[in-house]
Design a protein around this ligand. Structure first.
Ligand code: SF4
Length: 110
C-alpha cells in the first residue's frame, strides 16, 4: 500500500469511528429520556397530590406557603427540564409539571 493510500484509509477509519461513538452516545441517552417522558402526568385529583396541595400551574395556587417564583423546576425534588414534565422524588412513577408546585417545595441548592 502506498503512503497516500495508507493515510486515506486511516482517515476513513477515524471518520467511521467518530460517527459510531456519536451514535452510541445518542442511543445511550435515549432510554432515560423515553422513561421520563413516558411517566404519566400527576393529576391534581390524585390523593397524595391533593394532600400536598399540588397544582399544575404554580400561579394558580391559593396556598399561603407558596412564595413567588417557586415552582417544580426550581425544587430540589424535581429532576426534569425547565419546561414540560419531569420526575419528582415525592411522586414516584409520575411526572409533575415544571411550572407546578406543592407544599413540599424546597428550593434547589445551587
Ligand atoms: S416536591 Fe417539588 S417537584 Fe415535587 S411536586 Fe412538590 S414542588 Fe413539585
Amino acid at each position: 500500500m502506498s503512503h497516500e493510500k495508507d493515510i486515506e484509509s486511516r482517515r476513513r477509519f477515524l471518520k467511521a469511528a467518530a460517527g459510531t461513538a456519536a451514535a452510541a452516545v445518542i442511543v445511550g441517552s435515549l432510554p432515560r429520556l423515553a422513561r421520563a417522558a413516558d411517566l404519566p402526568h400527576l393529576a391534581e385529583t390524585d390523593p397524595t397530590a391533593k394532600a400536598l396541595g399540588y397544582v399544575e400551574d404554580a400561579s394558580k395556587t391559593t396556598d399561603a406557603k407558596h412564595k413567588a417564583g417557586d415552582d417544580c423546576a426550581n425544587c430540589q425534588f424535581y429532576s426534569g427540564g425547565a419546561t414540560g414534565y419531569g420526575p419528582c422524588q415525592l411522586f414516584p412513577g409520575k411526572s409533575v409539571s415544571a411550572k407546578g408546585w406543592c407544599v413540599s417545595h424546597s428550593t434547589k441548592k445551587a
